[in-house]
Design a protein around this ligand. Structure first.
Ligand code: SAM
Length: 179
């Protein structure tokens, strides 16, 4: 059975175009950034932890189309101007790192509002949430509410990837259809 990352990377592959600008809002160990760098024109990748940015730099050292940003993704608008084609979030904590440093409901919601301002029509916002860790289910519910609100305003079409159990990751593939 494919894992969540493989399913999401297949999804990226089916939509991404070589002239796209993309943002990885949670660089982590750099695997998503690596994938985006292979497939798109330029990638901005941000993480609140220097160790994550260093791991991402190491993994992607052969690419010259990446801007690395060590900051909170609530500040993404200080580094990237509208518009981009794809923004991804892989929420939670750094695998193999400090589990106390993780995305939170509040910081994620502020960051999502910044991301929304950077997205143009026919662009994508892809968010993977992890309800299984402490604070994760509240964050997942907050993200769902945020997405539902945008959907009601007919700004996004949304596909949800469900996984087998209550604590499995859940991914939202949101296509912007109106400003
Ligand atoms: C699940 S990991 C990301 C995995 C990564 N995309 C990969 O492919 O390896 C989540 C990352 O979010 C980062 N993070 C947590 N809060 C953040 C924030 N407010 N702004 C930016 N990054 C944050 C953590 O430091 C951690 O590296």
């Amino acid at each position: 059975m494919k894992n969540n990352n493989e399913i999401i990377h297949e999804k990226f592959e089916s939509i991404i175009q070589s002239d796209w600008l993309s943002i990885d809002m949670t660089a982590g160990n750099g695997r998503d950034t690596y994938f985006l760098a292979q497939k798109s024109k330029h990638v901005f990748t941000i993480d609140i932890q220097e160790v994550a940015i260093n791991k991402t730099k190491e993994l992607t050292k052969d690419f010259d189309n990446i801007t690395y940003i060590h900051d909170d993704h609530q500040n993404i608008n200080n580094y990237v101007k509208p518009y981009v084609n794809l923004i991804i979030y892989n929420l939670g904590y750094l695998p193999g790192g400090n589990k106390k440093i993780k995305t939170t409901k509040d910081s994620t919601l502020i960051s999502l509002s910044k991301a929304h301002q950077l997205l143009k029509i026919n662009s994508y916002l892809i968010i993977t949430c992890y309800p299984g860790h402490p604070g994760g289910s509240q964050e997942t519910e907050a993200v769902k509410l945020w997405i539902n609100h945008k959907k009601e305003k007919q700004q996004y079409e949304v596909e949800t990837l469900h996984y087998p159990t209550k604590n499995s990751p859940i991914s939202f593939i949101c296509k912007r259809i109106a400003m």
